[in-house]
Design a protein around this ligand. Structure first.
Ligand SMILES: Cc1ncc(COP(=O)(O)O)c(C=O)c1O
Length: 371
């Protein structure tokens, strides 16, 4: 038993810092808001569980939306499947022989399993193993909507690949996916958000229509990040939105032009001031081994306006304080981290709190599940 692990029901003051803390009331409001959006716009909400890598939260999301979950790695799928999730979409390409055998096993075990392809390089090895093991696997064809990461980049390429998939005895094309997450960082107003998402979805619709004209049954049209889902999900071509960070939000989402405010940020990093070397600088016990700095934002103080987190080393966070600030050694300060997914991934567990008490301890169960 871990002596430092506070128990359910104890006050949050018992949590040693640095620690990741989730305000459950805010998280539930955020989930409610996306569930209502999906209901109102007749789209499926399938939540990306890579954000928290925790099975209890994934089960809660699946129950709320009845839409299944998403994973980014095969090992994440295995962890979620072992913990009771049975409708999982894998948004990554798998090509290695031993991993493809694990993929087939998951496809056999789960009620719904779908994986992603974008070229013959990942379709052909999948066909080879699924034929050998005699399992029909559902595939989703990814289209590049401008992120320039993965995905086919032209309608002709999509038609050629879909025709190739049709010739594969053990693959069934069930849908198309486009991730328009690059739009988040490229817009400066709600109107622009709306316009760019509508254009991206119009573009995706052209792909879907071309494939349907060729006789493919494209049942699922999957899109969306936390920032874009509520715009893209209004487009008639979309059947499913795939946000990940929406239960929590973060400093990046605060910075982008979307409707997120500090009050919507459910997840914070609780820190302690350990030093006050000068009148205008305090040091907290949370640097880059506690919060991830893989995006351009700095942590944002959750409930104070008299300090600014401006730099970090591994275990130190540097905050400048205003003249009138009374922040001093021993104070506990909460920060909204720059990027929630990669911050959770640095921790073994995080705490769900309500009314000042610990209500849940969430293990980051699929932490390190990268293969
Ligand atoms: C393919 C795909 N879909 C959905 C998401 C979820 O987006 P977000 O984490 O911004 O909510 C991601 C995140 O990177 C992704 O890569």
């Amino acid at each position: 038993m871990d002596p430092y692990r506070p128990r359910i029901g104890e006050r949050i003051e018992r949590i040693e810092t640095p620690a990741v803390v989730v305000d459950l009331d805010t998280m539930e409001q955020n989930v409610d808001s996306f569930v209502s959006f999906a209901q109102d716009h007749d789209v499926t909400l399938r939540s990306h569980a890579k954000t928290h890598k925790n099975a209890a939260l994934a089960r809660m999301q699946d129950r709320r939306t009845n839409g299944g979950i998403i994973c980014q790695t095969l090992e994440e799928v295995e962890y979620m499947a072992e913990n009771g999730l049975d409708d999982i979409y894998l948004t990554h390409m798998i090509v290695n022989d031993s991993k493809l055998r694990r993929l087939v096993q998951l496809s056999q075990e789960l009620s719904v399993f779908q994986t992603t392809v974008d070229g013959r390089g990942n379709v052909d090895p999948l066909q080879e193993i699924t034929a050998e093991l005699d399992e029909i696997v559902s595939v989703v064809l990814e289209v590049d909507l401008g992120l320039e990461r993965v995905g086919v980049g032209s309608i002709d390429d999509a038609r050629e690949l879909a025709a190739h998939i049709r010739s594969c005895s053990h693959l069934e094309l069930v849908g198309v996916m486009g991730f328009e997450g690059h739009i988040n960082a490229e817009v400066s107003s709600e109107t622009e958000y709306e316009r760019r998402c509508r254009e991206a979805m119009d573009n995706l619709e052209r792909y879907v229509n071309a494939l349907r004209d060729d006789g493919h049954t494209i049942t699922d049209v999957k899109v969306g990040s936390t920032g874009t889902s509520k715009h893209s999900g209004r487009h008639p071509v979309v059947t499913e939105i795939n946000p990940g960070m929406y239960p929590f939000n973060d400093a990046n989402l605060l910075h982008w032009a979307g409707p997120v405010t500090k009050d919507d940020c459910a997840l914070t990093v609780l820190t302690t001031v350990v030093s006050e070397p000068t009148r205008d600088r305090v040091i907290v016990d949370a640097g880059s081994k506690t919060m991830s700095f893989d995006v351009d934002q700095m942590p944002v103080p959750a409930d104070r306006s008299d300090l600014e987190y401006y730099d970090y080393s591994e275990e130190h966070g540097f905050a400048s304080t205003a003249d009138a600030s009374d922040v001093t050694v021993g104070d506990r300060l909460s920060f909204i981290p720059p990027h929630v997914c990669t911050t959770i991934n640095l921790h073994d567990r995080f705490y769900g709190v309500r009314d000042g008490r610990i209500e849940e301890v969430y293990d980051v169960g699929a932490r390190g599940a990268l293969r």
